[in-house]
Ligand binder design. Sequence first.
Ligand SMILES: Cc1ncc(COP(=O)(O)O)c(C=O)c1O
Ligand SMILES: [Zn+2]
Length: 424
Amino acid sequence: MTSTVDAPTHSPARALVCRGCGAEFPLAAQHACFECFGPLEVAYHQAALALVTRADIESGPQNIWRYAGLLPAGQDAATRVTLDPGLTPLISAPALAAAVGLDAPLWVKDDSANPTHSFKDRVVSVALTAARGLGFTRFACASTGNLANSVAAHAARAGAPSVVFIPSDLEPGKIVTTAVYGGELVAIDGSYDDVNRLCGELVETDEFEDTAFVNVNVRPFYAEGSKTLGFEVAEQLGWRIPAQVVIPMASGELLTKIDKAFSELVEIGLVEAPAEGWKVFGAQSAGCNPIAVALHKGTDQIVPVKPTGIAKSLNIGDPAAGVYAIEAVQRTGGWMDYADDDEIREGIQLLARTTGVFAETAGGVTVAVLKKLLASGKLDPARETVVFNTGEGLKTLDAVADQVGPSHRIKPSLRGARDAGLLG
Ligand SMILES: Cc1ncc(COP(=O)(O)O)c(C=O)c1O
Ligand SMILES: [Zn+2]
């Protein structure tokens, strides 16, 4: 007699729980607590999570859905609204380690390899799959650029209408790569925080009743998608959690979910907790650093800023998950820092020249902050470290366009090559 174990077809999710006061709500399109207005997060049946084995995951699809047993939606493949993102490369980076003064293994988790070239495909796949399950027929978001790309592309694949909202001053490389998928693209003369506020108002109107805003009304589901970055890193390291991780922050949500992913893997016994735990480090730009500044001041009172600078994808001045990012960093013994525009440009080039990975400005922020954290002694140079590159350099070409170019310009002849010193 043979026995087979079917992949779970039911969601292990149990409820939405308030991150502020712990109140619980049914799994629905709700993102704020009715008691205290705190943000809601998905809670799970621990017993259902504990059923998931390494073998289940390893025999699953080559994308985020191999972790479906640990996600709130998408257990039944037929229900997914997805581009099948995930299982992006974890690249060994010894030359980068040497350049920044790290004496331990360094890895770059390269999420520019996703279908729309940022980690946002993970959160959008989970959010829209949950949203369709909840009956929504139109897909929307407030975006600093990458989310716009991903929502428009997911909607196109699903044959659903989309309407995405962006600040009008985004990089051309983010606007074209959204508009190409069709759907409505609304450019707003204001900051991301203005865009987000407007979306919060639109979602309450009758006209948008059929619309899931991935990072507004279905935000708890959206946020869970980021856990897959943590799951993958652990699996790709041979079911181990790295000692130190460096993560870019806009709302701060990604950072909190990578930490949550590591905790869940330990809680359900898929990974052993490392003896000294893991430390979470956050990276912002100097033009938008409200979370890092609050941490440096020793407070969790985040003072919103008006963002400036080239790292536009991270330009959220009033970060929704900032206090939870500070909590995760303090609990694990990590730290945060920020990099100015010149350091970001240098970071992009350093990563490219030592690993062959061309990152967008957010990746430049992360590499520049890695360097700073080592220089300040906050990051231990003797412990294994993973840095997250969450987006693609081709979308933010202007950031380095003035700094790099042909090293020679010659006539098409041997003489031209000789004159330029190419023939010795
Ligand atoms: C490339 C990139 N990296 C990181 C982030 C940060 O994500 P979070 O808002 O979850 O902190 C964003 C957000 O838009 C992004 O576009
Ligand atoms: Zn509450």
